[in-house]
Design a protein around this ligand. Structure first.
Ligand code: PLP
Length: 396
């Protein structure tokens, strides 16, 4: 039997872009309006207020028609000057890409390395800041949820470490794969710039990205010397004050954002987080089961305090190809899984369990993986899906 690749709905189980709910699709399917007309001013003004809730901030949130990478750049060029030292935590591939960008922008990143199996090393951050007596480090940059490894850093602890060291560095946090899925508090945790993207927990297509900006970051923007034009917060915030944008906004994506924020608010952010935590635990139970009895399959994240609620990166035993497995699963079962990035290429595959995602999405995704493991001849203990279902049913 050869299943038709077009039968049934494609399972998009990469850790972003995620599945876009019909309600969001329908919202985007409205005529594009005059972005300088009165209707837009009303709509934009309400949306720019509404979006603050998901960041848990009362300050401005700048929205760019760009992917998350653009919002990374915006955070750096608005707050920093050429030659500035920035402390960056190399938690995985995305932290690495952000560091490369900092270098290209003429900043001087100082790297705190990890083995890519955990979140940011908080004691190392504190030690580096304490050692920096003349306060040459201008920013600490952390990826909240490292999408390449499935490890979530403790931003509350990073904040406490910066405070304990009595250091004035800005705190810049990438929440591209965590916002709207994992508990996050821009104001309470004293984050200066929160960077986010539309295509993951916000359940939108790719194309929007965000900077939530603290008062301290706004002050830094007044003296920062890196060249900026498109990314400059100042004309954005000035236009946003009346609900408009300084250039043509991605109007239909903004319609979608409005609907997605309503959906998150209706479910309740705390319920959304609990849903993600629950499915993540079920997914990990499946993976541990597959890897039991010496089969050697492992969860890439090694520290339970850093387990990610939005994705699980699964490490295959030496000698087995994660890319071949993904290829088989796509061909036979019509499901896309995330690939291993950078040094994890072919070593891991990633199961996204975020966004518009329910219990049967999880059971279906895990079922596809378990069948794929068998089809690819990868040693595993059968019954991982059963372990996940037992947990979801409360019988674990
Ligand atoms: N940071 C993280 C944590 C990500 O997961 C991604 C993309 O997956 C990026 C940055 C880059 O964002 P984009 O691909 O939207 O430019």
């Amino acid at each position: 039997y050869q299943s038709s690749p077009s039968a049934g709905r494609h399972f998009l189980q990469i850790p972003g872009p995620t599945n876009v709910p019909d309600r969001v699709l329908r919202a985007m399917d409205n005529p594009t309006m005059d972005h300088r007309g009165p209707d837009f001013g009303r709509f934009g003004g309400q949306l720019l207020e509404k979006v603050k809730q998901v960041f848990k901030t009362s300050g401005p949130v700048v929205i760019y028609p760009a992917s998350g990478t653009g919002a990374w750049e915006a955070a750096l060029v608005n707050t920093l000057s050429p030659g500035d030292r920035v402390l960056m935590c190399e938690t995985g591939w995305f932290a690495h890409l952000w560091q490369e960008m900092a270098e290209r922008l003429d900043l001087r990143p100082e790297l705190l390395r990890t083995d890519w199996r955990r979140g940011a090393d908080v004691p190392a951050i504190e030690a580096a800041l304490r050692a920096d007596r003349d306060h040459g480090i201008k920013a600490v940059c952390v990826v909240h949820n490292e999408t390449s490894t499935g490890a979530t850093s403790r931003i509350d602890e990073v904040r406490r470490a910066i405070d304990a060291a009595g250091h004035p560095a800005l705190l810049l946090v990438d929440t591209i794969s965590s916002l709207g899925s994992i508990d996050y508090r821009h104001d309470e945790w004293g984050v200066d710039v929160t960077i986010a993207g539309s295509q993951k927990g916000l359940m939108l297509p790719p194309g929007l990205s965000f900077n939530a900006v603290s008062a301290k970051a706004l002050r830094a923007a007044e003296t920062a010397k890196l060249t900026r034009s498109f990314w400059d917060w100042r004309p954005m915030i000035a236009s946003n004050a009346t609900g408009y944008f300084p250039y043509t906004p991605a109007t239909n994506l903004l319609y979608g954002l409005d609907a997605a924020l309503d959906m998150l608010a209706e479910e309740g952010l705390e319920n959304v987080f609990a849903r993600h935590d629950r499915f993540a635990e079920a997914a990990r139970r499946a993976v541990r089961h597959w890897g039991g009895a010496g089969a050697g399959i492992e969860i890439q994240c090694d520290d339970p305090r850093h387990f990610s609620s939005v994705l699980t990166a699964v490490r295959l035993p030496e000698g087995h190809s994660a890319n071949a497995l993904r290829g088989i699963i796509l061909e036979k079962f019509n499901m896309s899984l995330g690939n291993g990035l950078g040094r994890l290429n072919d070593r891991v595959f990633r199961i996204g369990h975020l966004g518009d995602f329910g219990p049967l999405s999880l059971v279906g995704a895990l079922g596809g993986v378990e069948m794929g493991l068998a089809a690819a001849g990868i040693p595993h203990q059968a019954g991982g899906v059963q372990a996940a279902m037992a947990y979801l049913n409360g019988n674990a």
